[in-house]
Design a protein around this ligand. Structure first.
Ligand code: PLP
Length: 452
């Protein structure tokens, strides 16, 4: 059973008079401004749980049909549509595995949703930093030997959370890491938010659930062409996590009014990705990216260290990458995903075609001809950090504790009450409950650090 078919058939077959939510009555009323940007069709697909449309909390018919199809395509034990992004998948998977006080090993370059899950579960984080790539100012992949050492040292760790590929496309060796996790009875959650194309193309890494992870979470909206915040969660066939446990966790945090257009788009996106034309589309994307990379001048260095090629990370020799970003933005109206002093990141995906890449290439070639030197020394600036973490309160206790504002000059040896991070890399320098040291204050003074 297909949700897309159900929505289409509604207008052909039944068309009951619906005295249900949503109150726009399938587009009977749309505010003019919303209509101008969204059109009418979106509203015509916007239903609630009317007869035959199933219920995301306990799928039995059309939604169940879509989930079974997705599970078959991804070869999972069970798959779930995430109607609140990978964020909700990360939280639900941690809620399913961890109890209050449980220890969880977490790579510090994780998404903020992992921290949110720590507040909700009451679990105790054991943080570690993947090694730094100082030349590029980014984190490397997680090393299996580091994980083994940490798990041996802390024998009551229940789960490990890693991000692979990272924001910049760096893969970890999930197979080697999962072998260690299995040996020590540690559940492995892989945040694969940036890896939604892995199942459908020739990448350097297999999808995480095919490499022994218990759970993986993929944002279809990031690279796979779906609308925000479409995502998927998969349980591996080799995992003993029960699908109903994950369903219960999702039911705890999901809205009771899931968007049917969003779910229909998830179905359509997976249908496309798994079709012959989807495969060809991804092949063509990877070819176009290769052609793009070859078209860049010698003064541009391309990051290529066993990473996801759809994340294009570039350095401009002798030039500060933020200067280049400014020129791209102002003169060429081209926006990058992010820039640091060291590098520029461009994210590509299903919607990136050769035309778009040619425009970027032309701009970069022109800039490189015009601007060969810069006053800034780029080495060692704005790199990702790895300052030691000292936990005073668990994230949940810190969240629930009353906070006071104090001057930064008085903050040394106090417990942090806010999330303090620099973006990029978007990795917390300090989290609520962690001890503020002189080193942190020095770092905050030297850099533009945000408190969120
Ligand atoms: C590594 C990683 N995990 C999870 C998320 C959350 O994804 P979503 O926006 O689909 O909730 C993000 C978002 O930026 C991310 O970068």
């Amino acid at each position: 059973m297909s949700l897309i078919k159900k929505i289409k058939d509604y207008y052909k077959e039944r068309k009951s008079l619906l005295f249900t939510t949503p109150s726009h009555s399938q587009g009977n009323f749309i505010s003019p401004e919303a209509k101008a940007i969204l059109g009418q069709k979106y509203f015509k697909a916007d239903f609630s749980e009317i007869e035959g449309f199933d219920n995301l909390r306990c799928p039995k018919s059309s939604i169940k049909g879509v989930l079974d199809k997705i599970s078959q395509i991804y070869d999972s034990k069970a798959s779930f549509m995430l109607i609140n992004g990978s964020s909700s998948g990360v939280i639900a998977s941690m809620l399913s595995i961890l109890r209050e006080g449980d220890k969880v090993l977490i790579a510090r370059n994780c998404h903020i949703s992992v921290y949110n899950a720590l507040v909700l579960t009451g679990a105790k984080p054991v943080w570690f930093y993947p090694k730094l790539n100082k030349e590029w100012g980014i984190y490397k992949g997680v090393e299996a030997s580091d994980i083994e050492e940490k798990i041996k040292h802390d024998t009551d760790i229940k789960a490990l959370v890693i991000t692979s590929p990272t924001y910049e496309g760096i893969f970890s060796d999930v197979q080697a890491i999962s072998n260690i996790c299995k040996k020590h009875d540690v559940k492995l959650i892989v945040d694969e938010a940036h890896g939604a194309l892995l199942n459908f193309g020739a990448f350097n890494s297999k999808p995480a659930i095919k490499s022994g992870a218990d759970v993986s979470i993929q944002s279809l909206h990031k690279t796979a062409g779906a609308i925000n915040p479409a995502a998927l969660l998969h349980i591996s066939k080799t995992s003993d996590i029960e699908p109903q446990t994950l369903q219960n966790s999702l039911n705890l945090i999901n809205t009771s009014s899931p968007s049917y257009p969003l779910m229909a788009d998830i179905e359509a996106t997976v249908d496309f990705l798994s079709s012959k034309s989807g495969k060809k589309h991804i092949e063509k994307l990877l070819e176009d990216i290769e052609i793009f990379k070859k078209s860049l001048p010698d003064t541009v260095k391309i990051f290529s260290q066993n990473n996801d090629p759809t994340k294009i990370l570039l350095q401009f020799l002798n030039n500060n990458a933020q200067d280049i970003a400014e020129i791209l933005n102002n003169k060429y109206k081209i926006e990058e995903e992010y820039s640091t002093d060291n590098a520029l990141l461009f994210i590509t995906g299903i919607g990136t075609d050769s035309k778009k890449l040619s425009k970027l290439s032309a701009a970069i070639n022109k800039i490189s001809k015009e601007l060969l030197t810069s006053s800034q020394n780029i080495s060692g600036l704005n790199t990702a950090y790895d300052l030691p973490v000292k936990i005073k309160y668990t994230p949940r206790k810190a969240y629930q504790t009353t906070k006071v504002s104090i001057k930064k000059s008085q903050a040394c040896d106090k417990v942090c009450g806010e999330i303090i991070m620099k973006y990029p890399p978007g990795v917390p320098l300090l989290l609520p409950g962690e001890l503020i040291t002189q080193e942190h204050i020095k770092y905050i003074d030297k850099n533009e650090i945000e408190i969120i």
